[in-house]
Design a protein around this ligand. Structure first.
Ligand code: FAD
Length: 497
């Protein structure tokens, strides 16, 4: 393709479509024309309500006002995820967004903590993490220089509507209609236009496939291929339902493991999002629906929605003049709330790679390599929760303990078990999270770094206590989450950077 991209067409208006439209129109609006086609009769998937801290930066990039966003989406703050019954029935831990303790130049805090623990000088690992402690205390405040790492819970439908308004303000043209056909250029197989069932044609230079699991452009038209990871992640179904709120929202997501499933609970200002993710080969749809309805609180506001999925990734996220964003690009179950993060990664990466004149295959290959790396590392992190567990009470959990895992994950687990080390590879998303989840799931390293022994017991005790005192003081200075939220959303917004 030898012409500059002037007209971008986005197919689909769910979270992916409108996040893409918002970013392209705000950041490149003067240079390109953006059109979005969506079908109200098809609708959106209607789930995807927990996020991770990278969304805060995406919003800052777009200049989105946080108070307005929270107001419009009935959003709440999120400091982490509480994993209940994952290590074993009755055992809980929290994967919080912050850093635990204090690393030194040679090794991570976990090495100091391990020796202190052996000597009876330390409490649970999570006691030294501000975000975890604040979550448990139901507290929140904005601290200078993002001293408290946070993300959001939000209403997915309201978020898409909010971003639609935002994008239209920056000139995005919305076309209502059902895409009937994807027309290709006969000479190179690039997409030429979308033909709607009304007969209207929407032509463009570049197309972004945000049609969700249908993947109308990237797969149905361009046959890009899909790499399935279902042999590593046994869950392939979900049932979701919304309920009335019966208590003030807590600043964390709950993830509750069951016999062959896990359940999410996402608190918004006005309601709660609930769902059960399960493996169809271990649990029927009907029993999953019953289990979910038995384990929720408050009146249901919607009928239970059944969703089937195949975990994996599109072999190429960018193929010819088409980029897949959102569910069309692949799917990882929502255990660590990473899908919206992957949406924004694809958008921001696309802007970085935005073709100046023509599409270069070398750049497209590099783009796809980076996307594959991101997804594979997140995939490994999710598999970790299933694989490293003491649970053996059901066939499902016994299968998870014994199943094969990717070599990359096996190497990380072995390294942690043998040495207590976790090393960040390239720009992988999770860093401190690995220690938190491995320890939380019951994987205790066999030894700690020898440098720790150069401290006397007294010095070590002083070091550990000093960190704990610092966290105690910070937690005490925070406000009640619900009061803070009500005040922030109701009051004037301000910048927190
Ligand atoms: P969709 O919402 O399905 O949107 C597709 C769009 O394409 C719609 O506008 C539709 O109308 C349009 N469309 C489709 N076909 C046509 C056609 N023929 N003509 C015109 N328009 C068409 N992510 C998180 O980050 N956090 C979570 O907590 C989380 N929880 C999840 C729970 C479950 C059970 C599932 C399945 C996913 C979850 N996700 C989560 C993922 C998240 O829901 C998605 O990443 C997000 O909603 C983006 O979806 P989408 O926009 O790609 O697709």
């Amino acid at each position: 393709m030898s012409q500059a991209i002037k007209k971008v067409v986005i197919a689909g208006g769910g979270t992916a479509g409108w996040m893409t439209a918002a970013a392209l129109s705000k950041l490149m609006g003067g240079q390109i024309e953006v059109t979005l086609v969506e079908s109200e009769s098809i609708g959106t998937i209607g789930v995807g309500e927990a996020t991770i801290p990278t969304l805060v930066f995406f919003h800052r990039l777009l200049g989105i006002d946080e108070a307005e966003f929270l107001r419009e989406t009935q959003g709440t703050y999120k400091l982490g995820i509480r994993f209940e019954n994952w290590r074993d029935v009755g055992k809980d831990y929290t994967h919080a967004f912050g850093v635990t303790g204090k690393d030194c130049w040679a090794c991570g805090f976990q090495h100091f903590w391990m020796r202190a623990r052996q000597l009876g000088l330390a409490e649970d690992f999570g006691e030294y993490c501000l975000e975890r402690r604040a979550a448990e205390a139901h507290k929140f405040s904005h601290l200078p220089n993002i001293g408290l790492n946070y993300a959001f819970h939000m209403d997915a439908s309201r978020y898409a509507a909010y971003l639609r308004k935002f994008s239209e303000g920056f000139g995005v043209q919305r076309v209502e209609g059902k895409i009937d056909q994807v027309q290709l250029h006969p000479h190179n197989g690039y997409i030429r236009a979308l033909k709607l069932d009304s007969g209207q044609e929407v032509a463009g230079d570049f197309f972004i496939d945000c049609t969700g699991m249908r993947a109308l452009l990237i797969e149905k038209a361009l046959h890009t291929g899909y790499e399935s990871w279902s042999h590593w992640l046994p869950c392939d179904s979900a049932v979701a339902v919304q309920t009335e709120a019966v208590e003030p929202p807590v600043p964390f997501t709950r993830s509750i493991a069951h016999e062959s499933a896990w359940q999410w609970r996402i608190p918004l200002q006005n309601r709660v999002g609930n769902g059960l993710v399960y493996a169809g080969s271990y649990q029927s749809d009907e029993s999953a629906r019953e289990q979910l309805l038995e384990n929720i609180r408050g009146k249901t506001l919607t009928d239970p929605l059944l969703i089937k999925f195949q975990t994996g990734r599109r072999r190429k996220q960018w193929h010819k003049n088409c980029l897949a964003v959102g569910l069309s690009s692949g799917f990882l179950e929502p255990l660590e709330s990473t899908s919206i993060h992957l949406i924004q990664q694809n958008i921001v990466r696309f802007l970085r790679f935005f073709p100046q004149t023509e599409i270069h295959p070398r750049e497209v290959d590099e783009f796809n390599r980076q996307c594959a790396f991101d997804m594979e590392r997140i995939r490994d992190f999710i598999i970790l929760h299933y694989k490293v567990t003491d649970r053996d009470d059901t066939e499902f959990w016994r299968h998870c303990r014994q199943m094969e895992i990717p070599d990359t994950l096996a190497a990380k687990i072995d390294m942690f078990r043998e040495t207590g080390h976790v090393f960040r590879e390239a720009n992988e998303l999770f860093v401190d999270s690995w220690q938190q989840v491995m320890l939380g799931q019951g994987l205790m390293p066999e030894r700690y770094h020898p440098l720790v022994d150069s401290m006397s017991e007294q010095e070590l005790a002083g070091f550990i206590q000093q960190i704990k005192r610092g966290v105690d003081q910070q937690v005490a200075s925070l406000k009640d989450h619900n009061d803070y939220l009500a005040n922030f959303v109701g009051g004037a917004s301000k910048s927190h950077s």
